[in-house]
Design a protein around this ligand. Structure first.
Ligand SMILES: [Zn+2]
Length: 330
């Protein structure tokens, strides 16, 4: 497995050094699976020293995901789901009123309207994932054209969420997203070329190295060599196919997520995204977690032209540094 790094140097006369000539370095890394590149550059991720979001997150007035409303006012599933809404512990699932795919649901994750990311318990994530995976399995059973699925989470506005109340979203359809397709096709190519699973080979190559984070049951956690975004962590499930609700993979993912988020909180962050890529042809499930701009009154978008138009990861903290931070939480 190739972990390819290229150093670029940029020279200029700096006002911060009496206009002497200075040379800054930019590290460009290539993702071993897809060839996608990422840059490690100073100053790409500003974080405030302090923030106060209480006034924004405490207002539950009119929230459709709060208890009392979520089981009354949200849509109900079509017949093939067998239930009107899914229910696992605190989690309630229902169709997305604004669907993004042929099969598109929402999981209201908690009974509390808001809790900071470091307060999620493994049980809460497990119940949410159970509700999401129940839907994914049913959609794959119901629709034989469906090939791709993902379970996703935006947490707080700076991570793209319009709703404060913690929730996940599952998508299932016949074509997946650009990234879902890119990863699945690259992993299939790798398998036909190498005769083995890329993700398990990656885990073998990275285990106990400087990007290794830890393991939770059947899930191995590591920092992405070429991060797609800030503090990009991968969780690789060591068995193929869509995990069963209530199984060891769900418990491992849930416990690991709480540890990763604890390390983000320790770094002064408060917002994140998750995407778990799944396929009907039983590829290895992979969890992607990234940190987002700290959400406060005047939060700064961390999705500049690099992210939205170039699909180039540009991060400040090197994977080897945040892997060590996350490892402390495992
Ligand atoms: Zn709520």
């Amino acid at each position: 497995m190739e972990f390819e790094t290229h150093i670029q140097e940029s020279t200029f006369h700096s006002p911060l050094a009496d206009f002497e000539e200075v040379t800054e370095t930019i590290e460009v890394r290539t993702d071993p699976l897809t060839g996608r590149t990422a840059r490690i550059a100073d100053g790409a991720f500003a974080t405030p020293d302090d923030y106060d979001i209480d006034s924004v997150v405490s207002d539950a007035e009119g929230c459709f995901f709060c208890p009392g409303t979520v089981e009354e006012a949200t849509p109900t599933y079509p017949e093939w789901m067998d239930v009107e809404r899914g229910s696992w512990g605190e989690a309630t699932s229902f169709p997305n009123l604004n669907p993004y795919a042929a099969h598109s649901n929402v999981v209201a994750l908690t009974e509390t309207h808001f809790q900071p990311m470091e307060a999620f318990t493994p049980r809460q994530f497990a119940d949410g994932l159970n509700a999401a995976l129940e839907f994914v399995h049913a959609a794959f059973d119901h629709d034989e054209t469906a090939q791709y699925a993902s379970v996703n989470m935006n947490f707080l506005k700076s991570a793209g969420s319009s709703i404060v109340h913690p929730h996940m979203q599952a998508l299932v359809d016949d074509r997946g997203t650009n990234e879902g397709r890119r990863l699945a096709e690259a992993a299939a190519d790798y398998r036909s070329r190498e005769g083995s699973d890329y993700w398990q080979d990656l885990v073998d190559a990275e285990r106990d190295g400087e990007r290794w984070i830890g393991e939770t049951g059947p899930v191995d956690w590591l920092a992405a060599f070429a991060p797609k975004h800030h503090r990009h962590v991968l969780g690789v499930v060591d068995r193929e196919g869509v995990p069963s609700p209530d199984g060891a993979a769900v418990d491992g993912i849930s416990e690991g997520l709480t540890h990763v988020l604890a390390s983000y909180a320790e770094a002064g962050l408060n917002a994140f995204n998750v995407a778990i890529h799944l396929t009907a042809d039983h590829q290895t499930p992979v969890v992607n977690v990234i940190a987002r701009s700290v959400f406060d009154e005047y939060y700064w978008s961390d999705s500049p032209y690099f992210t939205v138009l170039h699909d180039e990861g540009v991060v400040t903290t090197a994977p080897e540094a945040y892997a060590a931070d996350a490892h402390e939480q495992f």
